[in-house]
Design a binder for this molecule. Sequence first.
Ligand code: AVI
Length: 319
Amino acid sequence: MPRLIDLRRHDAVSHQTLLDGLYASPPQVPARYFYDELGSALFTAITHLPEYYPSQLEHEIFRRHARAMADLLPRKATLVDLGAGDGSKAGALLRWMHPAKYLAVDIAGECTQRSLQAIEADYPETEMMVLACDFSAGLAWPQHWRCERPVFFFPGSSIGNFSPRQARSFLRMLCQLCRSSPQGQGELLLGVDLVKEHHRLRAAYDDALGVTAAFNRNLLRHLNRVIGADFDVDRFHHLAVFNQEASRIEMWLHPDADQQVRWQQGGRVFHEGEGLLTECSHKYTTEGVRLLLASAGFDVQHEWLDDSRGYLVCHARSA
Ligand code: AVI
């Protein structure tokens, strides 16, 4: 069973960020609250939906090019999979790359650990470990851990869930970790969803089966548990809009009428017409990705696009 190191912070600080967001105007909730057990399962279901093209396009790129990518990466590397989930996205790389270590980082560490247990035997030359943490708030190595030849793997266009400014600081932080590795250098493989026809973007976040709607509304159930709130989940509906100015999909939960919601030591009215912002998913241009990486201290080495030019995988090296 891969070792699990738990660096999650169940502290007052992350709680306070959540409460500040709930009192803000418009109210908002950090996207990490999507991912309880059910939320993680619903997200996996989303990645199988025909409308959710990012997974399909990225999969196509890795299916075609994983071997070439692996050839470009250092031998005996440490593959650091950010938001590893069940480890399936890293599968194609693991197969060709044979890294010395595979460090799967995920907030739902136990789910990841269970998934890795099932595949561990297929990669006997790779030591597997799980780091349970909310890496969006920062990433630190476990004590005494030496990260040799780091290759950060950040697929799934999760970079899009940061604002452009947060994305830059996050990538800068990765670049610093590369520079502070024993070799003074490291690599990044980044998957990014690109701007495309609006109807296609919207459909990906508002699918016909309502799986994304369930994923969004499940966040309220999760809040009911973590802060003892009494959101009436049935009274909130899912909305996905493309904000062209900010080049991002926004997911909202709108109450069907004014809703008084209480939680431990607080509460507020969520007004009809005033939604709760649950997620932003920024969509980039190829040029935008290059600029972002350069501003964070990375040099782009290679780029791979799918046939429709809707999704980009970038290989960059810390400068
Ligand atoms: C995890 N992240 C990249 C997904 C996205 O596309 O922004 C989360 C998601 N939300 C709704 N569908 C998928």
